[in-house]
Design a protein around this ligand. Sequence first.
Ligand code: NAP
Length: 242
Amino acid sequence: MNGARVAIVTGAATGIGAACARALSAEGYRVGVHYRSSADRAAKLIAELDDAFGLQADLADPEAIDALVKELKQVAGRVDVLVNNAGYNENAPMLTMKLDTYDAVADLARGTWYLTKLLLRRFMLRSEGGSIINITSVVGATGNPGQIPYTMVKAGLDAFTKSLAQELAGRPIRVNSVAPGFIETEMTEELPEEIREAILARVPQGRMGTPEEVADVVAFLATRGSYVNGTVLHVNGGLYGG
Ligand code: NAP
């Protein structure tokens, strides 16, 4: 197959996704920076990287995913690595959580499944060594009060990882999850101080992780890790070992 290897990172304008885009660019990939609403931040990141292009879509909307895949054919023509990083959460206890919140979290998970299916069919099955990396969360394994839809979706994505790795048996594509613990991003910035302190008390390394520490594991799975398949790699400073 001709041309530079292409990596697509969803939700790449911010936080962990932006760190993944930088890490994959440093590994020599041409990077597709997907974003939903953070257009300015995506544009800045694209300008910073050696060879990158933007892709806009609300992944909760299947028609937007169809359009993204069409556009990808024009701008890249190949996909070797897919990092399903986009995630959504709103905290509320079970008894007061709105159906709309559940739908927003679940519709994005459906979009992750649909985007992966289309990219596999259109591009990735032709890659000589593809890698799909799903960014899940430690709370998919441990549970977390106030985050029931989010924990359901993250646990489900870990199951998606394992099932898809088995379905792709015999193909040169590996599928893995990277499950971060508590990482310093805008998602965790909103945590009240007492919750932040309670979390840190449970982390043996005594600090939150950085987006770069997650991206480092993603880059490993994309470029090396050739016998790591169908598994969940926890990146959490010792909070939970799997
Ligand atoms: P973040 O900065 O809030 O990133 C979330 C990204 O998801 C944003 O770039 C956002 O895009 C995108 N997104 C949300 N809803 C979307 C939708 N419907 N369609 C398309 N894109 C959508 O948070 P982050 O901490 O970097 O999170 C990245 C991933 O790591 C998520 O999957 C999260 O669950 C996971 N994670 C984070 C932590 C942590 O401690 N931070 C821990 C465990 C797991 P726009 O900004 O363009 O709208």
